[in-house]
Design a protein around this ligand. Structure first.
Ligand SMILES: [Zn+2]
Length: 322
């Protein structure tokens, strides 16, 4: 299999290679894993390899089939997505697909049907799809992508071969960020650590100017010598209510770094690698007990905010506890 432009995911790629080599293609694959983990990338790789016309390492990325697939214009590839004005994938979309797949593929020997966010299918849509999965046309292969399989009918899941797309190592994510966004390995290391192995999250954090500037301001305020600049920090939280999760992520990573460095003096365990001088300085200003308490307070505030409690009061209480 030609997976040269994909970093990481070697065990999943080996599985796919065995499938291709053995010719044991089933009619439906379900790719699961959190948003941003690479379900689309990995399912596209297998689908493209299935319909590539060239002999040898597939997909070749050069034949007309590959080129049409990569440009999103292959006539035998169908994408089903949630319409913008709907909350789910509706049964009419499944029925349209069923009408299309009655006709044999135009070019490729196979017809490929992707269902993005398959868990968003209404129950009616899932029941309609189930009928096709029970008796699929011989040339059709389905690729269901989902980050929440709990809302999929068990009868649908059981008709699919499931691929769990797992998280990537920090090193791999650093390489991806460096190659794709051209950011330094040191800074990439920070986003790689914050993303917890999720390349999509790392790319979106690193490319998010608001996040980057919030992180700079927040860490600057937190690492001021002497007392924390509570008012500055409160202002930041007030202006960025829609980014509260990310702000709490930054706080959590910061206090965890101080605690880990205080206890181990091992810089390789630190997330905010580009802020080492501040971490070294600050880690001795607190006791481990104080840092653990701060981490608990951040976690508690995150939980409280999810239950729609008063934003201002919750943030003030958290900051005062620092
Ligand atoms: Zn090809």
């Amino acid at each position: 299999m030609n997976a040269n432009n994909i970093l990481g995911q070697s065990s999943l790629i080996s599985k796919m290679e065995r499938i291709l080599a053995g010719g044991r293609i089933v009619h439906a694959y379900l790719f699961t894993g959190p948003a941003g983990i690479g379900k689309k990338t990995m399912s596209n790789l297998l689908a493209q390899a299935l319909i590539c016309n060239e002999p040898g390492d597939k997909p070749c990325n050069r034949c007309s089939t590959c080129r049409q697939f990569l440009s999103g214009n292959h006539p035998d590839v169908i994408w089903i997505r949630r319409p913008e004005d709907k909350t789910g994938i509706i049964v009419d979309q499944i029925r349209s697909m069923q009408a299309i797949i009655k006709v044999k593929p135009y070019q490729a020997g196979k017809r490929i049907c992707f269902i993005e966010n398959a868990h968003l299918m209404t129950e009616q849509a899932q029941n309609a799809l189930l009928k096709t999965l029970e008796e699929p046309p011989s040339y059709t292969v389905f690729f269901l992508l989902s980050d929440n399989t709990s809302t999929l009918l068990p009868t649908i899941v059981s008709r699919c071969q499931v691929f769990r797309v797992g998280s990537l190592s920090r090193e791999t994510i650093k390489d991806i960020l460096n190659q794709r966004l051209g950011i330094s390995f040191e800074e990439a290391g920070t986003y790689a650590a914050l993303s917890q192995g999720n390349p999509g999250k790392a790319i979106s954090l690193a490319g998010d100017e608001v996040f980057r500037s919030c992180r700079e301001k927040l860490i600057n305020s937190l690492s001021q010598a002497g007392s924390l600049k509570i008012l500055d920090i409160y202002g930041l939280f007030d202006e960025n209510k829609e980014h509260i999760d990310e702000l709490l992520d930054i706080l959590e990573a910061w206090f965890r770094d101080l605690l880990i460095y205080r206890e181990t003096k091992d810089a390789s365990l630190v997330v905010n690698l580009d802020k080492m001088p501040q971490i070294v300085r600050q880690s001795s200003n607190f006791t481990s007990w104080e840092l653990k308490k701060m981490l608990e307070n951040v976690a508690f505030s995150r939980k409280v905010l999810k239950s729609n409690c008063n934003y201002q009061l919750t943030i003030e209480n958290m900051l005062l506890s620092f």
